[in-house]
Design a protein around this ligand. Structure first.
Ligand code: SAM
Length: 241
């Protein structure tokens, strides 16, 4: 990675409260290269400039780390991970995290498997499938300490896709934009039905980005009723009200 990009990553992460060791910078650098290379053939991300990828994908993703209460042996699931955001940067920057990446598009999962092999990292895997299906499977349902998701759906829908995966006492973190409060209001019934409760909102300022980002933390207070998530496509077609 060019020295200026490296500085952007290191200083940007430090500004968010995340210290990156030299070997981690090398891994992020390789991630950037592989992403740019694959993005020429497959539509993985609409953001194509290296600087923007560092800020809007890498830094945005790792911004959660300082707010995780439990720091090691975390089981984290990223629902609708796409090209690995926020799950892969969280894995690279947070050593004690075991990450499962889930996406319904097979070409993205192919990319993620290639990326994981190229980076030579362990404690991370990529799965092809829909949240509505995996949310009912043993080994996934009610199993994760932390469930994260960015840019997949509005909060009422996202709640149904994510909450079933969290263990009772675990958390769901939705990476949102400036309209988070409105989405939270709209998801009041969904959260109640699914056993979640908004615990806090944290505003994040990324370097050089005007709009604030918001991390919405949802605590799982009780087990999710067996019938949720509903069949594939239904949460989006008929959000819980
Ligand atoms: N989270 C990534 C990010 O922030 O860059 C990707 C966001 S992309 C706009 C949404 C991703 O969610 C796509 O890769 C899509 O295939 C995946 N997705 C949408 N609905 C899904 C579902 N029900 N189950 C699993 N993946 C889903």
């Amino acid at each position: 990675m060019e020295p200026l990009l490296e500085e952007l990553l290191l200083k940007g992460a430090a500004g968010l409260g995340v210290r990156l060791a030299k070997n981690k910078v090398t891994l992020f650098s390789r991630y950037l290269e592989i992403l740019l290379e694959w993005n020429k053939k497959f539509n993985l991300t609409a953001i194509t400039g290296p600087e923007e990828i560092i800020v809007k994908h890498f830094l945005d993703s790792v911004s959660l780390l300082p707010y995780l209460e439990k720091k090691s042996n975390i089981k984290l699931l990223d629902v609708g991970t796409g090209a690995g955001f926020p799950g892969v940067p969280l894995k690279l920057a947070g050593p004690g995290i075991n990450v499962v990446l889930l996406d319904s598009l097979s070409k993205r999962v192919k990319f993620l498997n290639h990326l994981i092999a190229e980076l030579g990292i362990t404690g991370i895997s990529a799965i092809h499938g829909r949240a509505e299906d995996f949310g009912h499977k043993d080994g996934y349902r009610e199993c994760f300490d932390v469930v994260v998701s960015r840019a997949v759906a509005g909060l009422p829908v996202l709640a149904e896709l994510c909450i079933p995966f969290a263990r009772t006492g675990g958390i769901i973190v939705a990476f949102k934009g400036p309209k988070a409060s409105q989405e939270i209001e709209e998801s009041a019934s969904a959260l109640k039905i699914l056993g979640g409760m908004v615990a806090r909102q944290v505003e994040i300022k990324l370097p050089g980005v005007e709009d604030r980002r918001t991390l919405v933390f949802i605590e799982k207070k009780q087990p999710t009723p067996e019938k949720y998530p509903r069949k594939a496509g239904i949460p989006e077609k008929r959000p819980l009200k």
